[in-house]
Design a protein around this ligand. Structure first.
Ligand code: ASP
Ligand code: MG
Length: 466
């Protein structure tokens, strides 16, 4: 099989783990053609973002101190992950030159005292540059053949939308397959840095947080892989967050659309665009635990079994939001009301997570993130209150709970089960929304009711046992 195996930062947090990753990859590489994609080590991307914050505030000393810490962390990881003297020396030299480039970049950014989207992407792409050097040399240390390549080096070409770029797939496909196919036929294991590529001018771009998943699926599509595995520190997609629902368990199989819905809801953080490259070639994805490789994890597939199609998959939650209810007689039968409200909020950069309008058209309710709430209310008050909107009511600290699964489609009685279970547990439902795809039934409760509501739904749909 041709496999793309992506390791998240928690799977690379210590030398012991990096050696295990190298061994795992070497083992599966005996029978398969393997491409490895790596995130930055543990919280390194956050550390790089901290550095950019210090640069922006003109705090050079703090930026330098943080860089020194980063350097020490990687040098130590390198020394402990690679034991052979010659390989280790090569690795340390490589890290030295990458870190010197990083230091030069920081120097330049500090002189200017500004962080542009372009320099920020260049800066935060270093996490993956450092991690792939270590992982690739750890594979060589165990007598494997391996080459480390950044997203740019492997040929991922993107638009110039720094911070959330998209790949230009036609060019990328040609370049990536030309680069990787010959390596794979020689049994060399490429270790590719996730998260970043370069635009047509060669400037480094990133895909947004969690973007290494996206890199893995882009590569998989380019080399027509048989499967993509996302390895992290969880066993797979779960029926609920195990911190909130005690008998939550791993879901064996989901469809792409269900996984996409779950990714958006943050059940396990998967970059939401990761599924796009897989769709046309129907490449299956497995979500697995690098610390528990005997566990098959969750299979995400284009052709789910009949059994899979029939079930509700999970209860997800987004906590800590605010709800805004807008009323007014002049909203009734007035075309453009919703458009005005939404474009006013969009101009203020506020993302709306959930919408509902009563058929009488006298009220529209929306949910936004808690940190956007004050700004959203101010914007609405300044622009629309007293005109289109007569009254604004705000509820703070609400959770959105969503039931996800294709088993709801066309099934009678799902809503009554959901709200019956909520009622029996004395949970008050504040707002409801269901898209007509029937993949997702979402409702809003007070944060303080959230755990009870989740457990009630998990029990009601017997998610612990089906
Ligand atoms: N290192 C990047 C991040 O932390 C990308 C990734 O981990 O997928 O967001
Ligand atoms: Mg990460």
């Amino acid at each position: 099989m041709r496999l793309v195996v992506k390791f998240g930062g928690t799977s690379l947090a210590a030398a012991k783990e990096i050696r295990e990753v190298a061994k795992f990859v070497g083992d599966i590489g005996k029978k398969n053609q393997v491409v490895v994609v790596c995130s930055a080590v543990n919280d390194v991307t956050d550390q790089l973002l901290d550095i950019s914050g210090f640069v922006q505030k003109g705090n050079k000393d703090a930026a330098k101190a943080q860089l020194a810490k980063l350097k020490k962390q990687h040098m130590q990881l390198a020394r402990e992950s690679v034991l052979g003297a010659k390989t280790r020396k090569q690795l340390l030299q490589k890290l030295d030159s990458d870190l010197a480039e990083l230091e030069g970049l920081l120097h330049g950014m500090s002189l200017l005292g500004e962080v542009t989207p372009r320099s920020l992407d260049y800066l935060i792409s270093f996490g993956e540059r450092l991690s792939i050097a270590i992982v690739s040399h750890a594979i060589i240390d165990l007598r494997g053949r391996s080459v480390a390549l950044t997203g740019k080096e492997v040929g991922i070409v993107t638009d110039s939308n720094f911070g959330s770029s998209k790949p230009l797939m036609d060019t990328t496909r040609l370049r990536v397959s030309a680069k990787l196919d010959p390596m794979l036929s020689k049994k060399i294991i490429p270790v590719i840095g996730g998260f970043a590529g370069a635009d047509q001018h060669g400037h480094i771009t990133t895909f947004g947080r969690g973007g290494s998943d996206y890199t893995a699926t882009i590569i998989a599509s380019c080399i027509r892989a048989d499967e993509v595995w996302l390895m992290s520190d969880v066993d797979g997609l779960m029926t609920a967050d195990p911190k909130m629902v005690k008998d939550a368990r791993v879901i064996p199989e989901v469809s792409y659309v269900e996984a996409m819905e779950m990714a958006l809801f943050g059940a396990k953080q998967i970059h939401p665009r990761s599924f796009e490259p897989l769709l046309s070639k129907k490449i299956p994805m497995r979500i697995r635990n690098s610390f528990n490789v005997d566990n098959p994890g969750t299979l995400v597939t284009a052709d789910p079994s009949e059994e899979t199609m029939r079930t509700v998959k999970c209860v997800s939650v987004i906590r800590h939001n605010g709800l805004i209810d807008m009323r007014g007689g002049s909203m009734v039968g007035a075309p453009g009301t919703a458009a005005t409200i939404f474009s006013t909020l969009a101009k203020a950069g506020i993302n709306i997570m959930m919408i509902s309008q009563s058929p009488s058209e006298s009220s529209i309710t929306i949910v936004v993130k808690k940190h956007d709430l004050d700004r959203a209310v101010n914007t609405l008050e300044m622009n629309l209150l007293g005109k289109m909107i007569k009254k604004i009511d705000v509820t703070t600290d609400v959770s959105i709970i969503a039931l996800i699964g294709s088993g709801m489609r066309g099934t009678v009685g799902v809503a009554s089960k959901v709200f019956g279970a909520a009622a029996r547990n004395e949970v008050n439902v504040v707002m409801i929304a269901q898209g007509s795809s029937e993949l997702n039934l979402a409702f809003v409760v007070k944060d303080s009711d959230c755990q009870a509501a989740m457990q009630a739904l998990h029990d009601e749909f017997e998610l612990a046992s089906t």
